[in-house]
Design a protein around this ligand. Structure first.
Ligand code: GTP
Ligand code: MG
Ligand code: ZN
Length: 346
């Protein structure tokens, strides 16, 4: 029998509870993936920590997932995810890569130095909106900036409803502005480039050095990729927080809805374009270009929107092609097997 108060410490919610049959509730136990390595997963149930070897028969699993294990601690199944963060794998690999799952709130961290970049913030917003998690933009290193408010205003300019806070990740006092999100059973993912202060923020929240951190390079303000694996950390008040390695390049794929909701203002202007399939390049009667002309929309934002849409459709198409050819290959193997068995049988 499962002790649910322990599960609550791991971020267990009714969404997961309702996926278990009565029999599973009696005979199985849910575990949350807290760390992942090449060949094994670290799992926690609230009272138990275990390692589980990754088997070829298991689906792709990521930090944040809930797995059901039987009494012998054998893998039974992966519970349906509430939210999934994914991207196209970096470089030339044609692969969808999971970043984390079952995240309620995403802290998009960006520091107030050379790293500050509205295009990158919009890119992360697209991923978070696609997943259906709540985005919060955190502008770190406010203690080093001359005019922190100017950075905050730039991000507010993207969307007046967006939550934006300035903070110093190394000061407990400064983290009061994010208290609202640090609540029991809330799972938070921290996303951002290397060196912006993701691990520092987690250490300050945890009140101890849970995660290693290291100074950024002075010449270009870039981080050193100190964090190399994802891990889920329990905070004292019952909130859960996922540290991730710095991601400078997050390639969008299967993310159209996320882009559309991130750029809802442009989508709204586009409703008034003369042509329904207007690409907002130089078509007559384009209401989006008119908005840029009238100063109601930044041309930077429009350019980024068009760029992300192009990138997304290109990446999604190559992923779809890859899936189709994998499927065809699978069928080919199956047919070959059947044929050779027939031959053997003769
Ligand atoms: N002054 C100041 N320094 C900060 C702040 N946040 C982080 N730092 C410093 O910036 C450096 C990098 O911080 P980390 O927490 O390691 O950055 P990270 O985002 O985890 O980086 P990766 O693990 O490489 O992705 C460390 O030296 C921190 O002490 C901040 O708000 N103010
Ligand atoms: Mg780190
Ligand atoms: Zn248009």
């Amino acid at each position: 029998m499962i002790e649910s108060h322990n599960l609550n410490r791991m971020g267990w919610q009714p969404f997961f509870q309702q996926q278990l049959s009565l029999e599973e509730w009696e005979n199985c136990r849910p575990f949350r993936v807290v760390e992942q390595y090449r060949s094994e997963l670290r799992l926690e149930s609230g009272s138990q920590h275990i390692s589980l070897p990754i088997l070829a028969s298991m689906p792709a699993v990521v930090v944040g997932d809930w797995l059901l294990l039987d009494e012998q601690q054998r893998y039974v199944r992966l519970l349906e995810r509430k939210t999934t963060f994914a991207r196209k794998a970096a470089g030339s690999k044609v692969e969808r890569q999971l970043i984390s799952s079952n995240v309620d709130t995403a802290f998009i961290l960006c520091s107030m130095n050379e790293d500050f970049n509205l295009n990158r913030i919009e890119r992360f917003l697209a991923v978070v909106n696609e997943a259906g998690a709540e985005p919060v933009v955190l502008l770190s290193k406010c203690d080093l900036a001359e005019d922190p408010e100017s950075y905050v205003n730039k991000v507010r300019g993207l969307d007046s409803y967006l939550a934006v806070e300035a903070l110093n990740c190394t000061s407990e006092q400064s983290l009061k502005v994010i208290e609202h999100w640090i609540k029991p059973a809330n799972t938070i993912a921290v996303l951002g480039s290397s060196g912006v202060g993701k691990s520092s923020l987690i250490n300050t929240l945890a009140g101890e050095q849970q995660q290693s951190t290291s100074a950024i390079r002075e010449d270009d303000s870039k981080g050193r990729h100190t964090t190399t694996k994802r891990s889920l950390i329990k905070l004292n008040n019952g909130a859960l927080i996922i540290d991730t390695p710095g991601m400078r390049e997050i390639q969008l794929a299967d993310c159209k809805e996320g882009i559309v909701s991130t750029f809802a203002d442009i989508e709204k202007f586009a409703e008034a374009c003369r042509f329904q399939d207007c690409q907002h390049h130089n078509e007559p009667g384009c209401a989006v270009l008119a908005a840029v002309e009238q100063g109601e929309l930044q041309s930077r934002r429009l350019d980024n929107y068009l760029k992300l849409l192009r990138e997304e459709s290109l990446n999604s198409a190559s992923l779809a092609q890859r899936r189709a050819s994998d499927k065809a290959l699978g069928k080919f193997y199956k047919r070959t097997m059947v044929d050779s068995n027939k031959l053997k049988g003769r």
